[in-house]
Design a protein around this ligand. Structure first.
Ligand code: DMJ
Length: 629
């Protein structure tokens, strides 16, 4: 504080004089009103008081709403959606609430006159642009198709229609859960319509350009979707697809396919459809593709090559390396083991078991965590020192647990490796974000932790929960719940309510937000991992919030990725609700996995793919747990 200067003193005196004359005139007006009031009769005065009282009550909105019966509960939940926005415990306790996506907040929730509301809205929009992003960056991509793209402005499926799930009560009644299932069926039908109209028999739909793309040229989306249609009860669609498989699907083609991708999507899809339907058409096709993939294992080390020509029977690594990806060579086991069991031909199981045996013994792991590459000549890990639960390593961990479950929990090496790896995650990769303490799994690069987490890592809560359900330590379930919260926050903190491909967490004290997204990582490919984990978490805990979260995610897929002429599209920018920048591609896993897990999340019947009878492969194709002898 500095002492008052001469200038300060004079200005205060001057202001006092001015306000004095204003007060005099106000006082005069007050006195004259009072004289007039005194001149009125008692009856006149009472009438005026009653009128003023009635006007006062009627102009108070909350009271009138109550009188008109418009609200009957918590205004927060009533005015948002059928489900409240649930925050992690840490956030609820002593932190200001994390921001909901702007698009999901409603102005009607706000207090104050419309002008102020507008200003609040503008300010919010401005702060949203603080993200490292310019909407125009990507406007050129897919521009042609945008004409047919309904985009965020269009009717919001499942949101505003009368009687739709969004209009149901917060409490999930049996009826509203049935509506959620219907909404998933509707989403599937819409996706299928696009595929049928513009991409039938091809690998992937390009919904904006109303065309298709080929990867292997094997009808990938159709095969990946078969068991989903069966599970969703879409019989007509299933029969049409089956007719195509019977008449058109041939693997006798001079084409290079990726061993991992064709195993999890095609072999896995056919095996699972065979189990669900009992139709040997699918088993025959599974045998055909399985045997055509076997040349991949003809390597000096028996660690398979990444690519196989299924027509010529030759295999090779990618052009630039003799390495394969660790996740790819260790996430084909469920399928080949099952093929051996069904055909009574041991070579499939023997080939994939050899890979597991070698990886089990290899040096170069860190507390059970594996590097991302393995050499097909010498069978050793390469590019050592980087450890992640994301791309290139993710499903190695998933398949350790799932093979152990598939085989009746007898293969101890698999269990040991899994338990050790989870300890490795806890000791080396697990961290908390700032300011809200979200638990996340980072990456380790030569001893240095990077707070980077792929959306792919969101398979982990589900896998941890599955392990705990099968008798593994209870603290795995605690960790599953914490990570589930984090994965949900990766959606709900984005302006579209959809997760980006990769996030970075803040770890510094004083950070204002937990999650940052780099420019190159803002895309969403309609991936399944978070809804997959929600399904497991709901099955094992019966906590309704997991259904509520899944419902919200489905709504956001409908809002930002649905294409009016049919299909859904990947988007480039989850941070721009006005222009998420469609990519013009519907990945096969959206139908194979994302919609299947959403449907199962809303299915009460435990017999609809019981987790004590089936184990899902990494592409969401359920395979039976082997009966114990
Ligand atoms: C799918 O093909 C599988 O889930 C795989 O394990 C990971 N990538 C996609 C889905 O994101």
């Amino acid at each position: 504080m500095h002492p008052p200067s001469r200038q300060d003193y004079i200005s205060i005196n001057f202001a006092g004089q001015g306000s004095g004359s204003y007060n005099n005139s106000k006082q005069w007006r007050r006195q004259s009103c009072w004289r007039k009031w005194k001149q009125l009769s008692r009856l006149q005065r009472s009438l005026i008081l009653i009128l003023l009282f009635i006007c006062g009550i009627a102009s108070y909105p909350a009271v009138t709403e109550q009188l008109r019966g418009l609200t009957d509960g918590d205004p927060e939940t009533e005015s948002n959606s059928i489900f409240p926005h649930v925050l992690p415990e840490a956030v609820k306790q002593d932190q200001p609430p994390l921001p909901e996506p702007t698009s999901q907040r409603k102005l009607s929730n706000r207090r104050g006159p419309p002008v102020l509301q507008n200003r609040l809205q503008k300010k919010e929009n401005a702060s949203n642009t603080v993200v490292e992003d310019k909407a125009s960056d990507h406007k050129k991509e897919g521009e042609e198709g945008v004409i047919s793209w309904r985009g965020p402005e269009g009717p919001k499926d499942g949101e505003n229609k009368e009687g739709s799930p969004a209009n149901q009560k917060v409490q999930l009644s049996i009826q509203s859960v049935a509506n959620c299932r219907e909404a998933v069926q509707e989403a599937f039908r819409h996706a299928w319509k696009g595929y049928k109209d513009f991409a039938w028999g091809h690998d992937e739909l390009r919904p904006l350009s109303k065309s298709y793309s080929e990867w292997f040229g094997l009808g990938l989306t159709l095969i990946d979707s078969l068991d989903t249609m069966w599970i969703l009860g879409l019989k007509e669609e299933f029969e049409e697809a089956k007719t195509w498989v019977a008449a058109e699907l041939t693997f006798n083609k001079n084409v290079d396919v990726n061993l991992f991708e064709s195993t999890i999507r095609i072999l896995g899809g056919l095996l699972s459809t065979y189990h669900l339907t009992g139709d040997t058409l699918f088993l025959d096709k599974a045998k055909d593709i399985g045997s055509r993939l076997m040349p991949a294992f003809n390597t000096p080390s028996k660690i398979p090559y990444s690519d196989v020509n299924i027509g010529k029977g030759t295999a090779h690594p990618p052009r630039w390396t003799s390495d394969s990806t660790v996740a790819e060579v260790t996430s084909i086991q469920l399928e080949f083991r099952e093929l051996s069991r069904l055909t009574q031909e041991p070579q499939y199981q023997a080939a994939v078991a050899e890979v597991m045996k070698q990886v089990h013994k290899l040096d170069g792991k860190l507390d059970g965590l594996v590097p991302m590459f393995i050499n097909t000549n010498n069978g050793q890990f390469t590019h050592q020192g980087i450890y992640t639960l994301g791309a290139r390593a993710d499903s190695y961990y998933e398949y350790l647990l799932k093979q152990w479950i598939q085989g009746g929990k007898k293969e101890n090496e698999l269990l040991e490796d899994y338990l050790q790896a989870i300890e490795g995650v806890k000791n080396n990769l697990l961290q908390k974000s700032s300011p809200n303490g979200l638990t996340f799994v980072g990456e380790l690069s030569h001893g240095q932790l990077s707070p980077k987490m792929d959306h792919l890592v969101c398979f982990l809560p589900g896998t941890l929960a599955l392990g705990a359900h099968n008798g593994l330590p209870a603290d795995h379930m605690d960790l599953a719940k914490q990570l589930m919260e984090t994965c949900y926050q990766m959606y709900i903190q984005m302006e579209t309510g959809l997760s980006p491909e990769i996030v970075h967490f803040n770890m510094h004290q004083g950070s204002t937000r937990d999650i940052e997204v780099k420019l190159a990582d803002r895309h969403n490919l309609l991936r399944p991992e978070t809804v997959e984990s929600l399904f497991y978490l709901y099955r094992f805990t019966k906590d309704q919030k997991y259904r509520e979260w899944g419902w919200k995610i489905l709504q956001n897929f409908n809002k930002y990725t649905k294409v009016s002429s049919g299909g859904y599209t990947s988007i480039n920018n989850v941070r721009d609700p006005d222009y998420p920048s469609p990519r013009d591609k519907m990945e096969s896993f959206f139908l194979g996995e994302t919609l299947k897990y959403l449907y199962l999340l809303f299915s009460d019947d435990l017999n609809l793919i019981s987790l004590d009878q089936y184990v899902f492969n990494t592409e969401a194709h359920p395979l039976p747990i082997w009966p114990s002898n």
